[in-house]
Design a protein around this ligand. Sequence first.
Ligand code: G6P
Length: 612
Amino acid sequence: MCGIVGYIGNRNATPIIIEGLKRLEYRGYDSSGIAIIDKDSKLKLYKESGKIIELERILPAPKEVYGNIGLAHTRWATHGEPTSTNAHPHTSCSGKIAIVHNGIIENFQILKNKLLAQGHVFASETDSEVVAHLIEHFSRKTDDLTLAVQEALKLVEGTFGIAVISEDHPDRIIAARKGSPLIIGIGKNEFFVTSDVSAIIIHTKKVIYLHDDEIVTVTRDSFEITTLENEVVEATISEIDWDVSSIDKGQFKHFMLKEIFEQPISVENAFRGRLVPKLSTTRLGGLNMTGDELRILEKIQIVACGTSWHAGLIGKYIIEHLSRVQVDVEYASEFRYRNPIIPKNTVVIVISQSGETADTLAALREAQARGVRVLGITNVVGSTIARESDGGVYIHAGAEIGVASTKAFTSQVTVLSLLAVLLGRMRHLSPVFGTNFINELKGIPEKIQKIIESNAQIRKIAETIKDATNALYLGRGVNYPVALEGALKLKEISYIHAEGYPAAEMKHGPIALIDENMPVISIVPKDVIYDKIISNLQEVKARNGRIIAIANKGDDVVSELAENVIYIPETLYDLQPLLSVIPLQLLAYHVADLRSLDVDQPRNLAKSVTVE
Ligand code: G6P
């Protein structure tokens, strides 16, 4: 949600952290701000509501904000409206200490009351500001800024990724984390702190992921990590394995379009090195489970949010179909508070692109607290969910910047299909089936590419529905969750109300909505329930609904019924979602673009939801 960038070194911090902020804008973006300690060791603060461009407008000429140390923040409001006063950084009474904070301070009111009683004066309505005042309180007792921050954070209940600078210590940044990511970037005679590596990857690929309750003191040429109890911690330096091009739009108008177009490659990256043609199976090394453990598995409980939840639903269809292992799928926010029944021989699989979603993380911890093994399917290497899972699989989709998830979804489904084959081959699936599946999967990237070539046609279809106020998405079987995902894509970025339904369920309610203004987007591949979906479409047609069909080439029946047909290549039943979702992503994209909306940063949404 919110984003943090900090810099200390020999260069001017301002352009570096502003550029970093822009890279983080996709996470949450209702206001932003920077704090710089200038060459006269004075703390300068600039904050503005709205996008970062608004912040840039209020910055004085570059020379006046010259300093080698600074912090920046993009905010997604939780406590207090998105005004410039509530934007971060927040300062202490003396104006000498500045902090930026991601997360939520649950006991802020108690802390604030105590600080008010001691004479502290608060400027904002945020929970975060208490930390600046607490640090000031402890700074009066010690000259050591790190110790003051440690003492302050010991009093804080809740979550934080935090960074602190002080006029009295113009040679250091202190940063800490608990439940909200904080990363140190190591450059040459310079360091960065950030909540998301996208902000700093143009400067360095060497990073350290702080763990919960760790605090780091960074100077121009050194860093030291300790616990909040001041015990020194040994750091592990990691190398970021994706490239700067992932965070550039290149020739594309939006990240979302670029990410849709990347899917032939990202899907291939999800299965690369994981196919074992010789044994007609797949290999997922990171599961950390022996063959015996996988063989006795009786149930999988998938837990996720948003698009990742939709991928999980598809996983249920594929895994149950191929391996006959029972799969349940639940929203993380429900699972964590529901006292769920987890039978023996169950693993919990959490799916999260960002690896930081608060509800998914809490669900992971709840399952672990019950002694259940948790596997994580994540994209972001080193993310909290990736680290806390007992095993798992990275989807290797590369940075996903568009708030509406696209390539992460197809990569998640790819990985789930690999798991399905692995479990299936350990049970009853024949080598012939395994080989056929692997060969078909290998051909998927090319088939996705074929669909992407229909981009211009899909834009024309988007023209015909761009003024709709409602839309219905229908699919059956493995394509039912694809219908849900298609509807989610449309509503997220075009603000058109859309619902996904299993096609046959339409007559139990949604059919009442159908008239000549209602686009009905229907997934109709030639499979075992093809005839049933055709009957459902006849029902739509009889009520003058406007059908857009996703169908296989040469399907004349569908072309008779539908106003428009987008053709996709045929594939195995279990792999259909990897193809059928592509036109839906493109359709949503073009509708939003034709409505001149901010596709990559839709209103009210955040890429990674780190609050409940
Ligand atoms: C937010 C994003 C969605 C995403 C969901 C779950 O709502 O806008 O695109 O699907 O969070 O995120 P995760 O990172 O856990 O997959």
